[in-house]
Write a protein that binds this ligand. Structure first.
Ligand code: HEM
Length: 548
């Protein structure tokens, strides 16, 4: 397929097996390769597209038959041909250099040009990403080379090497987020920045999202959750959708101070969700595709939020402790200048987009694992009830951050879910200059990647690793062996907020309801984030001793 963003090839994954999946196209998993931009991550699982058939209409003219039944003009075909040739040559050369490079770690670079991309992606769909990694670790050691999405890559799995990726001691690692995604996150979002600009922005975001700084928003988040849950009694609820809504409104509230009662929250949601869908879709910038809709939604978000940001600049901020994160961002300077309105919009939207999937999927997996382990669910209920009674006695109603201390077992469940699902499968960087890892030379331009599975599912660190066992975390996790939020200079800025949202949701769900599973969520996929492929629906019933 020829699009504004390049030339694309489509191919099905999973041996054309039919799967019940939100990420299927007519029942099959389909992946697209942008062979002209040849960037890692320009390849994604197709989202909810029902059809990828496109037509390119020649202005005022008839349509010319093209590749795979798609109509294109001869000039476009010629350009496409040149792009393909260029990409093939480039990929062949990078693949060949990876084969010959004896200073790089051992490994398999797979097929000429395509490398190991197909088996890598297939493992993500088949919930066997950990096995894909484990096989190679066994053959080549904890640091191995591969060739993915037209780029030579080195995957590091040992704790020491992973640390190099996270700490970037020589300051030569750049963001690995693919350009097509950066167009949605925004070029000034934390995920897209590098060097000092990134360091400053990261610190600012991380500081403003600490729970200690979000105290005034916690009671609002609590009210929002209760309001949403008050409609659940007697209904069947799509848990992912419901929690995504709560998370989205929480993030909007935490950043902008926008209350969910305000219809602005709904307007923001109606644009953020398509933008998010685009991040998980194939980046084909062509009318009708998820990616195209996402880019449009992103433009509209700018139109909606930039005037708001301008107003904020003119409104006086409260005291230091009352400031919302955006007020601190307004004062933030980069290269001696205040951030532009567009850059601010990128930072806010980029952070909200980064934060929607993780907490909602983690909550769904937590409920799923607890359902499968009734004694653990009972333990969670007992702990939550104890806290509820304590709060009733003291006349305190709203949830507060100090309540987390009384929910130790629920926090253990939260940690165990993050470990066993490997919520985010890993992290990616680009070597901006030649570097040395574990005695191997990684050339400039190669990707350095890590996967969390070899650490989170390592029996030496976690005996019987595939067993869901929250008691492993009776003592707090060892930060070198527990990496769901990454570490170091690019560590997740939303980890405390995630913990609050997931633990608070479990508290309210268990103290107020009993439930039965109506649909079980289907299979699990690992890439680009761990999630269920089907609907996870629960029928809720209010507990007799509770009024909603
Ligand atoms: C279960 C929930 C979450 C998980 C597992 C998760 C995981 C991660 C990981 C592994 C990274 C680091 C990636 C790397 O090293 O390249 C990251 C970065 C990031 N996360 Fe999260 N995250 C979660 C929730 C959130 C939330 C709620 C927010 C928003 C408030 C958020 C915002 C971000 C941002 C902005 C970055 C980029 C930080 C930077 O590059 O400086 N995340 N996340």
């Amino acid at each position: 397929m020829i699009t504004k963003d390049g030339v694309w090839l489509a191919f099905p994954i999973g041996g054309l097996r039919r799967r019940r999946s939100i990420n299927s196209m007519q029942g099959y998993h389909v992946y697209m390769l942008n062979i002209s931009t040849a960037m890692f991550g320009d390849m994604w699982n197709v989202g909810n597209n029902t059809s990828l058939q496109v037509q390119m209409e020649r202005p005022g003219g008839a349509l010319t038959p093209g590749i795979a039944g798609i109509s294109v003009q001869p000039m476009q075909l010629l350009l496409a041909g040149m792009c393909i040739l260029f990409t093939v040559i480039r990929s062949w050369r990078s693949w060949h250099s990876a084969v010959l490079n004896s200073a790089a770690p051992k490994g398999s670079v797979g097929w000429p040009i395509l490398g190991e991309s197909y088996s890598f992606l297939r493992s993500g769909v088949n919930d066997s990403f950990d096995k894909w990694i484990a096989e190679r670790v066994q053959r080549f050691g904890s640091t191995f080379k591969t060739h993915l999405f037209f780029t030579p890559s080195v995957i590091v799995t040992g704790p020491e090497e992973v640390q190099i990726l996270f700490d970037d001691p020589h300051k030569n690692l750049g963001t690995g987020v693919p350009p097509a995604m950066i167009k949605i996150f925004g070029t000034s979002s934390a995920l897209a920045l590098n060097g000092k600009e990134h360091k400053d922005m990261h610190k600012l975001l991380a500081d403003s999202l600490l729970l200690s700084k979000l105290k005034q928003q916690v009671s609002q988040i609590d009210r929002l959750m209760l309001l949403t849950m008050s409609t659940w009694d007697g209904s069947t609820v799509d848990l992912l959708q419901a929690t995504q809504d709560i998370v989205l409104k929480t993030l909007t509230l935490s950043f902008f101070g926008v209350l969910w009662e305000d219809d602005l929250a709904d307007r923001i949601a109606s644009l953020i969700l398509p933008a998010l869908a685009g991040i998980l879709s194939v980046p084909v910038y062509f009318p009708g595709t998820e990616y195209y809709k996402a880019r449009n939604a992103r433009k509209k978000l700018n139109e909606l939020l930039i005037p708001m940001i301008r107003n904020m600049r003119n409104s006086p901020a409260g005291s230091e402790s009352e400031k919302f994160p955006y007020q601190k961002l307004l004062e933030h300077e980069m290269k001696g200048e205040k951030l532009s309105d567009t850059a601010l919009c990128d930072v806010l939207v980029g952070t909200i987009l980064s934060g929607i999937h993780g907490p909602s999927n983690t909550l769904c997996f937590a409920v799923k694992y607890l359902n499968e382990n009734p004694p653990m669910l009972k333990k969670v209920q007992a702990e939550a009830d104890l806290l509820r009674r304590k709060k009733e006695k003291s006349g305190e109603t709203a949830f507060s951050t100090s309540d987390l201390k009384d929910l130790g077992y629920v926090v253990q469940v939260f940690h165990e879910v993050l470990r066993i699902t490997c919520s985010t499968p890993g992290a990616i960087r680009v070597a901006n200059s030649e570097m040395n890892v574990n005695g191997y030379v990684i050339p400039k331009g190669w990707r350095l990647m890590t996967a969390f599975a070899p650490i989170h599912l390592n029996p030496e660190f976690y005996p019987n690793p595939m067993r869901f066992d929250p008691d492993r975390f009776q003592t707090p996790p060892n930060p070198k062996k527990f990496l769901p939020f990454g570490r170091g200079v690019r560590a997740c800025v939303g980890r405390e907020l995630t913990k609050l949202m997931v633990v608070m949701s479990l508290y309210h769900m268990t103290t107020k309801f009993s439930w039965e599973v109506v649909s079980s969520g289907g299979n699990m996929v690992n890439l680009p984030i761990a999630r269920m492929t089907g609907k996870f629906e629960l029928a809720f019933k209010a507990r007799n001793d509770q009024k909603l």
